[in-house]
Design a protein around this ligand. Structure first.
Ligand code: FSX
Ligand code: SF4
Ligand code: F3S
Length: 359
């Protein structure tokens, strides 16, 4: 079927790129190859949902990682399967014309709202203003009219760096202010564009939003713990750790736990989906995970270069007892994780996948 689908997409996005993007998204969604034609058809023929993309307190890294990805096809594919009616970084309009575009869509059409950046609430929200209005006022005006809201990046989901103690502007994420709308959180600082693409393609293909975890994150992208899919995991289990960046163990690719890796407490698809055409992720290039998809990670995961606090690692290098080392650490970190109830998430992930494939 894939070969017969006709698209009216950007001519720069050739058929190969289009199929490649859909294939990557299908893999990220955990769908079998048999579902690719269905995804391709939906991406090519479904009505493009209108999207209003608001920027508040942030660094624009979420947008940049999407647009400048070394998978140019992914960025183009995203921009082609949605109708991006308002986005301050990429739209040609400015000033009053831009405001007009925003109001035309918000008042006259169904739309999905994407929010990038935290919302400051202290002192009536005066720390972030656009066109004379505070971020709080803009959100209060636009959110009630949206069909659904996607909070992209850890700033929009959990407040991000702005909300780090002592949170001088009272920054919060979207779900702290909006409660009566479907909210999908796609955290990461910045998140992988594939997680956003997968969410949109899921919506177009199955006409509903993907299954979410207790923090409103799509299970297909955030249902797995980094540590459980890490290529350095065997070193962890055997008690082989980097003691210091640049040491001989670092060069050998040992586990980064003792130099601060937060993979055991972080839920994300990074080791599986990886980033860009170069096919890497932080740990594969020798840096520990800093837990950027988790709430308040600037406070709870710091110091970034110190190991997770609740675990005491026995002296390493004793290969005989190494397996026990890994298991002891796991038990302790699992107790520290708590909220995610990894087993339960695993079960609902499988259920969600089955449902999608049956759809
Ligand atoms: Fe926040 Fe997005 Fe971190 Fe930046 O804009 S999630 S600061 S990388 O990118 O909102
Ligand atoms: Fe990988 Fe980090 Fe876990 Fe070590 S602690 S196995 S580097 S995720
Ligand atoms: Fe963030 Fe850790 Fe992935 S730092 S990008 S969640 S490896």
């Amino acid at each position: 079927m894939a070969d017969t689908v006709k698209t009216n997409l950007d001519p720069q996005l050739d058929r190969r790129g289009f199929l490649k993007g859909c294939t990557i998204a299908a893999a990220a969604l955990g769908l079998s190859d048999a579902m690719i034609p269905k995804l391709v058809e939906a991406a090519a023929t479904a009505e493009r949902p209108r999207v209003i993309w608001l920027h508040f307190q942030e660094c624009t890294g979420c947008t940049e990682s999407l647009l400048r990805s070394s998978h140019p096809d992914i960025g183009r594919l995203i921009l082609d399967i949605i109708s991006l009616d308002y986005h301050e970084t990429v739209m040609a309009a400015a000033g009053h014309q831009a405001e007009q575009n925003l109001h035309d869509t918000v008042d006259n059409h169904p739309f999905i709202l994407v929010v990038e950046g935290a919302i400051p609430t202290k002192d009536n929200g005066i720390y972030c203003k656009i066109a004379g209005k505070t971020a709080m006022d803009i959100l209060a005006e636009v959110a009630p009219k949206a069909s659904a809201i996607i909070a992209i990046g850890t700033c929009a989901t959990f407040g991000g760096v702005q909300a780090a103690a002592p949170n001088p502007t009272g920054a919060v994420g979207v779900m702290d202010l909006v409660s009566d709308k479907p909210i999908i959180n796609i955290p990461g600082c910045p998140p992988n564009p594939i997680s956003f693409l997968g969410t949109i393609l899921h919506y177009l293909t199955f006409k509903r939003l993907p299954a979410l975890d207790s923090l409103n994150r799509p299970l297909f992208a955030y249902g797995r713990r980094i540590h459980d899919h890490c290529e350095r995991r065997a070193h962890f289990d055997e008690g082989r750790f980097v003691e210091q960046y640049g040491d001989e163990f670092h060069k050998l690719g040992y586990c980064l736990y003792k130099v601060g890796c937060k993979g055991p407490e972080t839920f994300s698809n990074c080791p599986v989906v990886r980033f860009n055409d170069v096919d890497v992720w932080p740990v594969s290039v020798g840096h520990g995970c800093i837990g950027c998809t988790e709430p308040n990670f600037w406070d709870t995961m710091t110091p970034f270069y110190e190991r997770l606090p609740m675990v005491k690692i026995p002296a390493t290098g004793i290969v005989k007892k190494a397996d026990k080392v890994g298991k002891t650490i796991l038990a302790a970190t699992a107790a520290g994780i708590g909220i995610h109830a990894a087993v339960g998430i695993g079960k609902s992930l499988i259920k969600g996948k089955k449902k999608d494939e049956e759809a």
